[in-house]
Design a protein around this ligand. Structure first.
Ligand SMILES: CC(C)=CCC/C(C)=C(\C)COP(=O)(O)OP(=O)(O)O
Ligand SMILES: [Mg+2]
Length: 394
């Protein structure tokens, strides 16, 4: 298996937990090379536009973009990641914009700044350093853009609303999980898939995804997307009645309205398969759920000020804790950090336990892929200063 760089854990944590360190290093030894089905491609380095001057023949080191900015939330438990490969970031950036603009018309020209500010390519390259080709990263990038188009256009920022959301989500879900019906009604359904940006994006992103995924990986993804849509519906139902859930109820909703569909495609994007019966093991399901929950509470923390500034009451963990536990905004935010940290520790403990008890190389590589996704997700939130800013609590 290609090593994707240094372990995302600081040495002390890896040393303290050899099973976890092994998970993060990934499988090695006889037979494990075949777990990567495709070799990682290298992008050609573009030629210099000007031939070098005679006096400047001393080779200059290649120019690197400055490291991304952003500061971590004080007290948050996370692992730093290496800066994502800049050549890949640029290439994925070009390709994803071409896809979004030309192939699926995912957004109107006036949203271009927001599309660029989202930095899909940096996000996905950071989360999938073991993808064997740029096209593998693109599969994750298209799905990410499509998922955000649905969230923005149906649920939130760009004209979304809780009213009628169930119908819209169900019809969009058929772009992932096709309708099988009579000849008379099929053309109407096919036409509907082109009728708005979320459906065009879902349909196209899924078409690319199934070309790389096995049938069981595609089915896993459909199931995770149904979970996500269920979470959106609970959030919308509470918004319609102005219900502020209890903290545990909020956490249950956020386990579904969750990043889960992103880390669970790590094997498809990595060019191998975690077989369905291993994916379905209860211990694996717990690891995946904890990883999804930690990554999603990271979003609640980094997007806190953005959501406070948005119209109406936007639920996130600090907001719900403040209201339901009758504490100040700052106390609630600090408690939400503790909730996140406990989820992260539980995730790592569960992953280490599973790795030790089930040292199948595909399980180890998948666990590593999920752990790297968790760290890349934190990196993206921390460095996305276009989108997020920290509250003034320290
Ligand atoms: C990419 C994907 C599967 C997203 C699904 C759920 C989702 C939109 C999030 C977990 C992000 O939460 P939120 O809607 O609060 O996003 P922002 O805070 O607006 O970035
Ligand atoms: Mg948020």
């Amino acid at each position: 298996m290609p090593d994707s760089g240094p372990s995302p854990l600081p040495p002390s944590a890896s040393e303290a937990n050899p099973a976890l360190a092994r998970v993060l290093r990934g499988p090695s030894g006889l037979g494990t090379a075949s777990l990567s089905l495709v070799r990682r491609d290298e992008l050609p380095v573009p030629p210099d536009p000007e031939p070098p001057e005679a006096e400047s023949l001393t080779p200059e080191p290649p120019e690197q973009p400055p490291p991304a900015e952003g500061r971590p939330i004080p007290g948050l438990y996370f692992h730093p990641v290496p800066e994502p490969d800049p050549v890949r970031v640029e290439e994925v950036g070009h390709r994803i914009k071409r896809w979004a603009v030309d192939e699926v018309e995912a957004y109107p020209p006036e949203w271009e700044d927001q599309f660029d500010g989202f930095s899909t390519s940096r996000y996905m390259v950071a989360c999938h350093p073991d993808a064997p080709t740029v096209e593998h990263v693109m599969v994750a990038a298209r799905l990410m853009v499509a998922e955000n188009a649905v969230d923005d256009c149906y649920c939130e920022d760009h004209g979304g609303s809780p009213v009628g959301l169930g119908g819209r989500l169900l019809l969009a879900h058929t772009a992932l999980d096709p309708l099988h019906t009579t000849k008379e009604y099929t053309p109407d359904w096919v036409e509907s898939l082109q009728s708005d940006a979320p459906r065009r994006a879902y349909r196209s992103a899924m078409e690319y995804f199934v070309q790389l995924a096995t049938p069981s990986q595609a089915d896993r993804f459909r199931h995770d997307m149904a979970r996500l849509h269920l979470g959106y519906l609970a959030e919308a139902a509470w918004a319609e009645t102005s219900y502020v859930p209890q903290v545990w109820e909020y956490l249950a909703m956020r386990q579904f309205n969750n990043f889960r569909p992103c880390p669970t495609i790590t094997d498809t994007v990595g060019g191998y398969e975690l077989p369905a019966d291993l994916h379905a093991q209860p211990a694996m399901q717990r690891v995946i759920a904890l990883a999804g929950n930690a990554t999603t509470i990271v979003n609640d923390l980094y997007s806190y000020t953005k959501e406070l500034a948005s119209p109406g009451k936007h639920l996130n963990l600090p907001v719900v804790i403040a209201e339901r536990e009758d504490v100040s905004e700052k106390e609630a935010y600090l408690k939400a950090i503790e909730v996140h940290n406990e989820l992260m520790h539980e995730f790592e403990a569960a992953a280490a336990e599973l790795a030790a008890s089930f040292p199948d190389p595909r399980v180890l590589r998948f666990l590593k892929g999920v752990a790297v996704w968790v760290d890349g997700n934190h990196y993206w939130h921390m460095t996305n200063t276009y989108r997020y800013s920290l509250p003034d609590f320290w």
